[in-house]
Design a protein around this ligand. Structure first.
Ligand SMILES: [Zn+2]
Length: 396
């Protein structure tokens, strides 16, 4: 298994060099003086470590800092070619694959690759074949690929390497099973947390440290970032927002319970309500369309074409969602709440409805601190977050 993340030296020295790399990950290109100031270390100590990291190939010079007067110090930053990370986002019947360099730039991306996704070894083998194909055709130095991160829906324990919802058929951890087949270190994470981390690092977040991410797609997930770190809970199952009991509606949720929030505030709920209202005789642009008129894609398109029925339904869904987001705001007092997932493509129709319920049902002294916005990365957030988490898991 290739492992080039050998920083030289042992114990304190290696840990210190890792901290310097993490500094560049968090702050971008910096001077020795900035590094010394922020790490509270002497300039000679920092200079020595940076020189060693340059020799190892992780750090390179990026010219001189622009200053108005006097000596212009040299800027240092991560060498993009010194390491690569693969991300694999598992969707319902396809996967997205990404390859990111050490600086965090996406180098290669394969979208919507058809793949059988179910709870069988055959499905895992097909998945691994597609991942191998993706790595083989990439032009990067394969020995510099550090790890592969898979993001999977449902209950995922990234610490033990077990996925409890999908690919849950083997005694051994899924990470070991995948790693044995692929020959690389493998990590796993829940899909909503990966999306949250994507938005946090490369999306709409601008310095906020306490952020909630609502993943409103077919189901309803929640990514929680507390003081800049992903919150996973004891076993990695935190954020089961969609399965909080909210309604006495007698609608069976796919989790096996009744009355979950997801049964009234999600893409599947939107589809069910639109279908029922059209079958009861209400008019909609959708009935003149061909193909699967009740697919989420078709309904979102109809909303953006200003179909009155579909707008009415998404506003209803938004109100329901907003009532529960109001509860989250009371509980977490977040600085920012990001609405993402497929439903966020309904834009202001959804956001306004969520916002109205938030104002109505959360404590005004609490919600005063909270900004509500739509995801910036949309469907790209998942794969970007997966690749960024691959790098983070190596550095942690
Ligand atoms: Zn449920």
């Amino acid at each position: 298994m290739p492992n080039i993340f050998n920083l030289g030296g042992e114990g304190k020295n290696a840990a210190f060099k890792k901290d310097i790399i993490k500094y560049f990950v968090a702050n971008g290109n910096s001077t020795i003086q900035e590094l010394a100031k922020d790490t509270l270390l002497s300039v000679p100590t920092v200079t020595k470590a940076v020189t060693e990291l340059i020799e190892l190939g992780y750090i390179v010079e990026y010219g001189k800092q622009e200053t108005s007067e006097g000596r212009r110090p040299i800027l240092y930053g991560l060498n993009p070619e010194s390491g690569f990370f693969v991300g694999v986002e598992i969707k319902v019947d396809f996967i997205n694959l990404g390859l990111m360099n050490f600086r965090g730039d996406m180098v290669e991306l394969d979208d919507n690759v058809p793949c059988r996704v179910d709870n069988t070894m055959e499905s895992v083998e097909e998945l691994c074949r597609l991942v191998k194909q993706f790595i083989d055709k990439s032009e990067v130095d394969k020995s510099r690929i550090q790890n592969i991160m898979f993001c999977i829906s449902g209950r995922v324990n990234s610490a033990t390497g077990y996925s409890h919802t999908l690919y849950n058929f083997s005694e051994q951890p899924l990470t070991r099973l995948l790693s044995d087949i692929l020959g690389y270190r493998v990590d796993i994470e829940n899909d909503t947390r990966a999306f949250a981390y994507g938005e946090y690092t490369k999306g709409v977040v601008r310095g906020e440290r306490d952020v909630l991410f609502i993943n409103a797609s077919w189901g309803l997930g929640l990514g929680i970032i507390v003081d800049g770190e992903l919150y996973r809970g004891k076993s990695g199952f935190a954020g089961e927002f969609g399965h909080t009991h909210m309604f006495d509606n007698d609608i069976l949720c796919h989790c096996g319970k009744k009355g979950c929030l997801e049964t009234e505030a999600s893409g599947s709920a939107m589809q069910r309500i639109v279908r029922r209202r059209i079958e009861e005789g209400e008019t909609s642009f959708l009935t003149s369309h061909t193909g699967d008129i009740y697919s989420l894609e078709s309904i979102i398109e109809a909303i953006n074409d200003e179909d009155p029925l579909c707008i009415d339904v998404v506003e209803h869904i938004g109100q329901r969602l907003g009532e529960s987001v109001a509860n989250l705001i009371n509980l977490f007092n977040p600085e920012l709440v990001v609405i993402g997932g497929v439903l966020s493509r309904a834009g202001d129709f959804l956001l306004q409805a969520v916002g109205a319920s938030v104002r109505k049902y959360s404590l005004s002294i609490v919600n005063r601190d909270t900004r509500l916005c739509l995801s910036k990365l949309n469907e790209r957030g998942g794969i970007i977050g997966t690749c960024m988490l691959a790098r983070k898991s190596i550095l942690d």
